[in-house]
Design a protein around this ligand. Structure first.
Ligand code: ATP
Ligand code: MG
Length: 373
């Protein structure tokens, strides 16, 4: 009984057996009930041809007929059972094999072999199950890959400031470095950097989980664009990068978290400043376009290749790692910005004609429809 409960093959065989038994049983019952009347009906035509058949003879005939039917039923039941064994073996192999393979592969995946896949053949439901199983395995493999990458990236990001703090400390202890404000200031810079990385990481993990708190309300996009522009104006002047703005005051309202959208604009304008050489320019403009508004930050800076544009929103992605070291960027800003914009049902797009030809970042947000508030 346990064997039957545990094996699909046995269950299939049993189901065939039940069907055969029901068939044989119903045939036997029908023959038993129906045989006398059918036989006498058929015999009546013979009677007219051959003269009267007496009732004793009729009884004999009926008995023989029954025996013959039972014999035939017995033989055909045996044959049917044999066929059931053959068919169930074949069907079992066809159905159970892929399921057993999936069980084995899923156990291997659970043990960390994320590259395992099942072989898929045919087009039936089992093949569909195999395809979706493989798709799930692929997703798991990618998630695992991203997790590994994230841990590696975080370790790498933390290592640099930590080792420079450590070397300053050792220098101080050995008396190689003087205990001067400049020495402490350099440690403070690295600590600030560490703090920033940790804060960005916290924010990133919340953004990726879709858990960044947002306080949505109807706002004029000019508000947060202007706030960011005002906050960075001095830094632009310091670096001698011209910042031009074209932001109509009467833009349609959007549903947004002002602080978060300011954060996005600060990142885009901060990047544009960082990657644009002195003497060049950055422009920011906003346009209403049907059901959406576009906020465009365009610079004449170092630009991006098509490959760089493909990766630019990935976390920790920096085009020039050594430049980012000194510039202080950790490559998380755009990832968070994209999450924020998408949480506003908007899009953040990059475009650039190529290296040294400037870059353009466009934020697209849906406007509030009439009567929506
Ligand atoms: N306007 C731009 N022109 C050229 N390259 C850019 C521009 N904006 C971003 N990049 C590239 O994209 C990378 C990722 O930008 P992102 O804002 O995510 O990180 P970051 O500025 O390096 O650091 P942070 O996390 O502090 O923002 C940058 O390191 C830079 O290489
Ligand atoms: Mg940035």
């Amino acid at each position: 009984m346990k064997k039957i409960r545990q094996h699909l093959g046995w269950k299939l065989f049993l189901s065939y057996l039940i069907v055969i038994l029901i068939g044989v049983f119903s045939l036997a019952v029908t023959a038993e009930w129906h045989a006398p009347s059918a036989l006498s009906r058929h015999m009546s035509s013979m009677q007219t041809m051959m003269g009267d058949i007496d009732s004793g003879m009729m009884q004999d005939l009926l008995g023989d007929f029954r025996t013959a039917i039972n014999e035939v039923l017995l033989v055909s039941a045996g044959l049917a059972m044999l066929t059931a064994v053959i068919v169930s073996t074949f069907v079992t192999r066809r159905i159970v094999r892929p399921i057993q393979e999936m069980t084995t592969v899923s156990q291997r995946i659970a043990n960390g072999h994320y590259d395992e896949r099942v072989a898929v053949s045919g087009e039936d439901e089992l093949a569909a199950l195999g395809i979706s199983f493989n798709r799930m395995a692929h997703q798991l493999e990618q998630t695992e890959e991203r997790r590994r990458q994230l841990i590696g990236d975080v370790a790498h990001e933390l290592r640099t400031p930590l080792s420079s703090i450590k070397s300053v400390m050792e220098g101080l202890q050995d008396g190689v470095l003087p205990a001067e404000p400049e020495t402490f200031a350099s440690v403070e810079r690295e600590v600030n950097r560490l703090q920033r990385i940790v804060r960005d990481l916290e924010e990133l993990s919340r953004a990726e989980a879709g858990e960044l708190p947002m306080e949505m309300r109807p706002v004029n996009p000019a508000d947060f664009v202007q706030t960011a522009v005002d906050r960075l104006r001095l830094q632009y002047e310091d670096k001698n990068v011209r910042l031009t703005e074209d932001i109509p005051p009467d833009l349609p309202l959007v549903e947004a978290d002002t602080a978060r959208m300011t954060q996005v604009m600060l990142n885009l304008l901060g990047n544009a400043l960082q990657y644009t050489p002195s003497g060049e320019q950055v422009s920011v403009l906003a346009r209403a376009d049907g059901q959406q508004i576009s906020i465009v930050v365009q610079d004449t800076g170092i630009g991006l290749t098509a490959e760089q544009q493909r990766h630019i929103f990935e976390r920790f992605y920096r085009v020039d790692k050594s430049r980012a070291r000194t510039g202080g960027g950790s490559g998380i800003g755009l990832t968070i910005s994209k999450h924020i914009v998408e949480a506003h049902n908007g899009r953040l797009i990059v475009s650039s004609p190529g290296p040294n030809q400037g870059s353009t970042f466009t934020v697209i947000l849906p406007v509030i429809q009439d009567g929506a508030i």
